[in-house]
Design a protein around this ligand. Structure first.
Ligand SMILES: [Mg+2]
Length: 316
């Protein structure tokens, strides 16, 4: 676990710190040795919760979806958030300045999986890494300039399907494309060859059409070059707040971490960068994190603990 200077470790212990009630709602522990567990929370988790819970109405929380609050599964359509994480996010969204799921998935997929239409909370579902947002009434709002790219995406989708190795899936997300090879039954060496060939094809077609190529877990994505990504989303949502956290598990989430770094340097925002570990977690993400949680179940436990601290019992 890594705790970055200026984030978790800058929390000043309160004079009355150290007590936790039986419900775990007053977790004000002084910073201690990293990794020591207090009622199921490490000191770093407790410190992160303290930062966000000090002034919830001036705090933000953004999180990725796949591999962060939803276990990674072979069929991307089958991905579901852990119920504890989803419940906590809806509860937190009612109490905090902003709570958002920010994913490379389509916004409608996120809204569906997060049950936006069945929960009267202001939880935000921001898809395609910021290009679109879905709302509880089923509407989707696109960023300016996005829709003009649809013909390019349609053409590229056909070209990718024709060029990628057999069995590689091409997901047309409307205004982005993702190639997946997780479901392929093959040896390690064969999968490496598939990944290399697919990445080469995606990079070539992306460069020819002016799109950005983002590697992910058993996938490569083509994204629109509009200067919108998880980093710009986090900057927009969290600028002007007093504290903010981001949870993620993959390369694209580094942009959000670095946006928090910039906000901290420029505005004094108190930040918590949270990596969610897993078999394919990028080492760079783990190294830059203030707090590393053990997979989506660890993320769910953390979010539930934060919700117990922030959300009144009657509304949780
Ligand atoms: Mg992810």
């Amino acid at each position: 676990m890594s705790v970055g200077a200026g984030t978790v470790t800058k929390v000043a212990p309160r004079s009355n710190a150290g007590d936790i009630d039986s419900a775990g709602r007053e977790v004000d522990c002084p910073l201690g040795s990293t990794g020591v567990e207090v009622l199921g929370l490490t000191t770093d988790e407790t410190s992160a919760i303290g930062i966000l819970a000090e002034a919830p109405r001036r705090s933000g929380l953004c999180c990725d979806f796949d591999g962060t609050i939803a276990p990674i599964v072979v069929d991307p359509e089958a991905a579901r958030p852990l119920p504890g994480a989803m419940g906590a996010l809806h509860g937190l969204a009612r109490e905090m300045a902003v709570v958002a799921a920010v994913s490379a998935r389509s916004a409608l997929f996120l809204a569906s999986r997060l049950d936006l239409s069945f929960n009267s909370s202001p939880l935000r579902a921001i898809g395609l890494s910021g290009l679109e947002e879905a709302f509880a009434d089923g509407t989707v709002k696109l960023r300016a300039g996005v829709s003009a790219w649809r013909p390019v995406i349609e053409t590229l989708s056909d070209q990718l399907l024709a060029a990628v190795p057999s069995g590689v899936r091409v997901e047309d997300k409307g205004y982005g494309l993702t190639t997946h090879w997780r479901s392929l039954q093959a040896s390690g060496a064969e999968l490496e060859a598939v990944a290399a060939r697919t990445t080469e094809v995606v990079e070539t077609l992306g460069a020819e059409n002016g799109l950005l190529c983002w590697p992910g877990k058993s996938s490569v994505e083509l994204a629109l070059p509009l200067g919108i990504d998880k980093g710009s989303v986090v900057t927009e949502l969290c600028e002007g707040l007093e504290s903010a956290a981001y949870l993620g598990d993959d390369n694209g989430d580094l942009l959000a971490f670095r946006a928090l770094d910039q906000l901290r340097a420029n505005t004094g925002l108190r930040t918590v960068k949270i990596a969610v570990s897993g078999a394919e977690a990028p080492s760079e993400l783990l190294a830059e994190a203030d707090l590393v949680l053990d997979g989506p179940s660890g993320a769910a436990s953390f979010l539930e603990a934060l919700a117990r601290r922030v959300v009144p019992e009657s509304s949780s």
